[in-house]
Design a protein around this ligand. Structure first.
Ligand SMILES: Cc1cc2nc3c(=O)[nH]c(=O)nc-3n(C[C@H](O)[C@H](O)[C@H](O)COP(=O)(O)OP(=O)(O)OC[C@H]3O[C@@H](n4cnc5c(N)ncnc54)[C@H](O)[C@@H]3O)c2cc1C
Length: 288
């Protein structure tokens, strides 16, 4: 039986793994891909890097695991089951048993098939308000979304500008917000080198920038099926990163807050102390 299985090899998962290792606990890391880092074209606000692409940062993380000889497997988590004194972790390839789990599985930023999105992503269209909101200080911006994830991103966007228009992309919902809300179906993004205009089924609107907050953060479905309590679609944890399931911890983007590399790394570092205490407590109970 493993002591700790970490799901995810982004900043929070790798940071947790390395710090567990430094505390003489050798975890098993299971991850499916580079997730959000794969689409982060340039990270310029992380310590020590003037600019680094998300995928390069992710690969640095994997080589850090290799450097410390921390076991890591490229598999997809399908299910977690509670067993006596631990969990069964079921992936697409295998079943593992572990005393504790750290979910560092991030969030899923849903893409959209609106025409020309690919053309302007990183050129006036962004998927991350916390990352790019700064560039639109006091600008005229739009944000597209239609659920609680939209409200989360909107609350951050308001820190940068008050000139915000919300597009629900054809979804007829009542959003109790002060911003102008346009419920038209979006046809396309238009512009020259950079994004300039949103074209809908009944109008044309000009903006300096646009944020996409469609879909839901996280591996919500998976988390829900596991019986993990969520808060606004993020995993709910206490100050010790404990979920409602004993022995199951969560960190990084998956638990919400600042969706940033440094915060995810901090969570991964911090959770180790609590996982250690939990394992110690478990051993005392078993031995006693
Ligand atoms: C376009 C974009 C630009 C960004 N720019 C910046 C920036 O400039 N600065 C900054 O600080 N942050 C930026 N971010 C945010 C940053 O990428 C995240 O905050 C950070 O990656 C979160 O780390 P994490 O470890 O919590 O999750 P992630 O990095 O998302 O890692 C999640 C891990 O979980 C794994 N996983 C998920 N589900 C499963 C499963 N079922 N089975 C197995 N493994 C699974 C994934 O494969 C992945 O390894 C950006 C994000 C995006 C999308």
């Amino acid at each position: 039986m493993e002591e700790v299985i970490i799901i995810g090899a982004g900043p929070s998962g790798v940071s947790a793994a390395v710090n567990l290792y430094r505390n003489n606990i050798n975890p098993l890391v299971i991850y499916k891909d580079a997730s959000n880092l794969d689409i982060a074209s340039s990270i310029e606000n992380y310590y020590g890097f003037k600019s680094i692409s998300g995928i390069d940062l992710f690969n640095q993380g994997i080589s850090q695991l290799d450097f410390h000889k921390i076991k890591h497997l490229e598999e997809i988590l399908f299910e977690i089951k509670e067993i006596k004194d631990g969990f069964q972790v079921i992936t697409n390839k295998n079943t593992y048993e572990t005393r504790s789990i750290i979910l560092a599985n991030g969030i899923k930023r849903n893409k959209s098939d609106i025409k020309n999105l690919n053309l302007y992503e990183g050129r006036g269209i962004s998927f991350c308000v916390r990352c790019d909101g700064f560039f639109y200080k006091n600008s005229k911006v739009s944000i597209i979304g239609n659920n609680s994830y939209l409200l989360h991103e909107l609350s951050i966007l308001r820190e940068y500008t008050s000139d915000i228009t919300v597009f629900t992309d054809g979804v007829d919902i009542d959003l109790n917000i002060p911003e102008k809300v346009i419920k038209d179906k979006i046809i396309s993004f238009e512009g020259h080198t950079y994004f300039e205009t949103i074209k809908t089924n009944s109008g044309v609107y000009d903006f300096d920038g646009c944020f996409i907050a469609l879909g839901f953060p996280s591996n919500t479905t998976l988390n829900k099926t596991l019986g993990i309590e969520l808060d606004n679609n993020f995993i709910k944890v206490n100050e010790k990163y404990e979920t409602n399931m004993k022995g199951l911890f969560a960190v990084g983007d998956a638990i919400g807050g600042l969706l940033q590399v440094q915060k995810a790394s901090y969570d991964g570092y911090r959770v180790v102390e609590y996982v250690k205490s939990y394992l110690k407590e478990l051993k005392n109970i078993t031995n006693g």
